[in-house]
Design a protein around this ligand. Structure first.
Ligand code: ATP
Length: 601
């Protein structure tokens, strides 16, 4: 099973693979030398040859005993080097492919499945490349050479051994398609169960709150049973295959011995040569036996490799936002890419509009209609604007467009005068700092989370950012101040504190556009309003005012926004000041009426 397309997954480990192959061939050569020496010693002892005349085979036998462990050690060390390199490179490539694909492409797959691709599929490929493939080559080279040697010694024995040896790899191939299919089913069931478990652990508080733990448990048990069924079906098939292979491996040397003995009886073969023929035919089948131990790695590797290839092929590789090899090796993902950015890295944008969309169209892959359609709007620099609209009107998709993840199929979106098409992932991110509704925080202290985006920032910069974000209580020395631990994903903080800490972190990034996507939903309306007013007063490191875009469901805090854009069916239905729009009695007035008590708060 050499799948040529999988070979390109070996990357820079390919030259090392040839060392593993050469070590395997050397091991076989030493084993053959030992077998020949053994045959000569047997023949000599049986014919009564004096021991001093058997010096050469004795030396060869002893030398082989010493050399074999040394070559084995070299092979094992190289296999480990191959494994390490393949895992490091493949994980880097998969992570880069995920980054290139962006959140929109990855939103259609489950994070648990993607996780098992990075972890388990790569683990499965390691024995495929490190053990199975090299052994396949060794078996072919050694087996073919020894059959030729046997045929030279005795054509009949050579023919018989050659026939059985051919049956070992080819007869089980009749099951290939079925085994490959079962391998795919096994992987699908395994990654689905893995994804279910990850989802369940992540969603445990929700499951408990909803009283759905038992139902989820039942679903997991069902997924587990499905995996068991598929695994057993795969095992049954591979047991038939291993049984057949074992039969040929045992039968091969036995048949050679029987045929050889018959040839001796009929006088066609010298009895002394029978020892040699028997030992050599054992050596023909030895590499096959080793290969049989790695059959499973072969099948698991092919299905894992196919999955990885389809991910890598589905994403165009870009050079932007790459995860460096050392980062992937250390198990840290792309977040550290942010760490390189420093305060005041992005220049003032002058008088160009902060955001300008002109006839912008975007449709999600597989969707039957545009999520954003003919969207046209201008957000002047240094303003605070709000984006509101019914659920599904396209607000979050617009946020993705601002981040450069949703590129237009028609029209244009420019940020500070530059089209998002030109900016690409790398260009967009410095211009826009996003604070999402459920921000990701990292286990550690407040300082650690803030310094992630601005490693050069001083304590007073950090304190200023916390103050601007309305999170000054996090500076309280009795709680530990900047060095207070925040727990796993900010678990020691309240929902509002997590959001305000995330806003402070985004402010430290100092980009010209601050995008708050439902970022203060856990903060009470009065406080949210105060934070927005405070943000309006803050300045970037170079003294320029930033543009703040607030995506909001709750209308109360955005009444004072300079412009309110009301989205409806993927385009701007209304825009203007809150009170003017209210007077128009259109979409905003409808939303306002639905939330009236909150608005009046
Ligand atoms: N990943 C996706 N794949 C396909 N369609 C999507 C995807 N995400 C959103 N949509 C569709 O795109 C449209 C706009 O969705 P979007 O999430 O931008 O709306 P929204 O205004 O942010 O809604 P909400 O206020 O509920 O968050 C909707 O019709 C939605 O069903």
């Amino acid at each position: 099973m050499i799948h040529l397309r999988l070979l390109r997954l070996a990357g820079t480990a390919a030259p090392l693979l040839s060392t593993v192959v050469l070590a395997g061939i050397a091991l076989s050569a030493v084993a053959v030398a030992q077998a020949v020496a053994t045959a000569e010693l047997f023949a000599g002892i049986v014919s009564g040859t004096r021991l001093q005349n058997l010096l050469l085979p004795t030396i060869v036998f002893a030398a082989a005993l010493l050399v074999r462990p040394a070559i084995s050690m070299l092979r094992e060390l190289t296999v480990h080097a191959v494994a390490g390199r393949i895992k490091e490179e493949l994980r880097t490539r998969i992570l880069n492919a995920e980054i290139d694909a962006g959140p929109i492409a990855t939103s259609s797959s489950r994070s648990g499945e993607r996780q098992s691709l990075v972890v388990d599929a790569v683990e499965n490929l390691e024995p495929y490349f490190g053990r199975y493939l090299p052994q396949l080559v060794v078996t072919f080279v050694t087996g073919a050479s020894l059959i030729v040697v046997l045929a030279t010694i005795d054509p009949i024995v050579g023919l018989v051994v050659g026939g059985v040896a051919l049956a070992v790899p080819f007869v089980p191939r009749l099951w290939d398609a079925a085994l490959a299919g079962r391998g795919e089913q096994h992987w699908a069931a395994y990654s689905s169960l893995h994804a279910d478990v990850v989802d369940s652990i992540r969603g445990m508080p929700t499951l408990k709150a909803l009283g759905a733990v038992q139902r989820r448990r039942d679903e997991l048990a069902q997924s587990g049973n499905n995996l068991l069924k598929v695994t057993l079906a795969q095992l049954k098939l591979s047991l038939v295959e291993s049984g057949l292979t074992s039969f040929f491996l045992i039968a091969g040397p036995a048949i050679a011995l029987i045929v050889g003995t018959l040839r001796v009886t009929s006088g066609d073969l010298d009895p002394a040569t029978l020892f040699l023929v028997t030992m050599l035919s054992f050596e023909v089948f030895r590499p096959f036996r080793e290969l049989a131990m790695h059959w499973h790695a072969g099948y698991a590797g092919v299905s894992a490799g196919n999955r990885i290839l389809s991910l890598l092929n589905s994403t165009a590789t870009k050079d932007s936002l790459r995860v460096s090899r050392s980062v992937a090796g250390s198990g840290v993902t792309g977040n550290s890419a942010i760490a390189g950015s420093t305060r005041a890295a992005y220049p003032s944008t002058g008088s160009t509009a902060a955001v300008s969309a002109e006839g912008f169209n975007f449709r999600y892959p597989g969707a039957d209609r545009d999520a954003l359609h003919d969207l046209t709007l201008t957000i002047p620099t240094a303003t605070t604007v709000a984006i509101v609209g019914e659920s599904g009107s396209g607000k979050s998709t617009f946020a993705s467009a601002l981040l450069g993840f949703a590129l237009p199929s028609a029209g244009e979106l420019t940020l500070c005068g530059t089209s998002t098409k030109e900016l690409g992932n790398e260009g967009c991110s410095p211009l826009v700092s996003l604070v999402a509704q459920d921000p990701v925080l990292f286990t550690g202290t407040i300082r650690h989370n803030l310094l992630l985006v601005a490693p050069e920032a001083s304590d007073s910069d950090l304190a200023r950012a916390l103050f601007d974000a309305g999170a000054e209580e996090l500076l309280d020395p009795t709680r530990g101040g900047l060095d207070a631990p925040i727990g796993d994903n900010g678990g020691l903080l309240s929902g509002g504190q997590r959001q305000r800490l995330a806003i402070a972190r985004a402010l430290l990034r100092d980009s010209p556009i601050l995008l708050l996507d439902e970022a203060s939903s856990a903060i009470d309306a009065r406080r949210e309003n105060a934070i927005l007013e405070r943000l309006r007063e803050t300045r970037r490191a170079d003294g320029s005012a930033r543009t703040t875009i607030v995506i909001a469901h709750r209308l109360a805090p955005i009444r004072t926004a300079d412009i309110v854009f009301v989205f409806d069916n993927g385009c701007v239905a209304e825009s203007g000041s809150y009170n003017d729009l209210l007077a128009q009695n259109g979409v905003l007035a409808r939303l306002h009426a639905a939330q009236a008590p909150g608005v009046m708060a």
